[in-house]
Design a protein around this ligand. Structure first.
Ligand SMILES: Cc1cc2nc3c(=O)[nH]c(=O)nc-3n(C[C@H](O)[C@H](O)[C@H](O)COP(=O)(O)O)c2cc1C
Length: 190
């Protein structure tokens, strides 16, 4: 199985502003692979400026926000590459694209790690954070999963939210639930 780390990836738009998207980075030896589906802004940005930052944050609103249209978060310039990272993060990686493996559906940007910096102590595992990240992935797959599977996974993840969520996880969960409620209504299931 590949080693995949769920991160907040920042690329630069053509006007130099930062663009934020949650993406899973795939570890391949010394490299990290960014694999955005087509079409996507992250993909276009990487082709125009082959650098990215991957920020590691305990604020899971970034993951929920990234899939519910809330993509505006404070960033600061990267130190070693033409890029930007999250202003609030535990640590971040600065990545430069080494080579691109083209694919019609999902090109792979094979990146070398230029720098890695720490900014804050890591505060440990929390089940509600993991549940929010899982639910954010679920939200991106609503159109391709059987409704019963969506409802079953949601019911399971909700247990961790009920038991361990703090204010950030509750807010993130609310955004995801809104999206799922809209999907339910579109299916006439509410
Ligand atoms: C935890 C997590 C991991 C994700 N990993 C990927 C990924 O590897 N590739 C991808 O294309 N989208 C991934 N997504 C979905 C993207 O974040 C989402 O589709 C985003 O809007 C990308 O499109 P954009 O660059 O046009 O914004 C992931 C979402 C989450 C919540």
């Amino acid at each position: 199985m590949p080693h995949i780390v769920e991160t907040i990836v920042t690329t630069l738009n053509r006007d130099g502003s930062a663009y934020i998207a949650p993406l899973g980075l795939i570890g391949e030896g010394e490299h990290w692979v960014i694999a955005p589906f087509t079409p996507s802004r992250t993909l276009d940005n990487l082709r125009a400026n082959p650098f990215a930052c991957a920020s590691h944050t305990v604020d899971v609103r970034l993951f929920a926000g990234g899939v519910t249209g809330r993509k505006s978060w404070p960033t600061v310039p990267a130190t070693h590459i033409k890029g930007a990272r999250l202003a609030q993060c535990v640590s971040h990686w600065e990545l430069a694209v080494d080579r691109v493996v083209d694919d019609e559906q999902r090109p792979r940007f094979v990146c070398k790690l230029v720098a890695s910096e720490s900014h804050a102590p890591w505060s440990g595992y929390n089940r509600a954070q993991a549940a929010v990240i899982e639910c954010a992935v679920l939200v991106t797959r609503l159109h391709m999963l059987p409704p019963e599977k969506v409802e079953a996974e949601l019911a399971y993840l909700e247990i961790a939210i009920a038991k361990t969520a703090g204010p950030l996880e509750i807010e993130a969960w609310g955004w995801l639930k809104e999206k799922i409620d809209a999907w339910r209504q579109n299916k006439g299931r509410s």
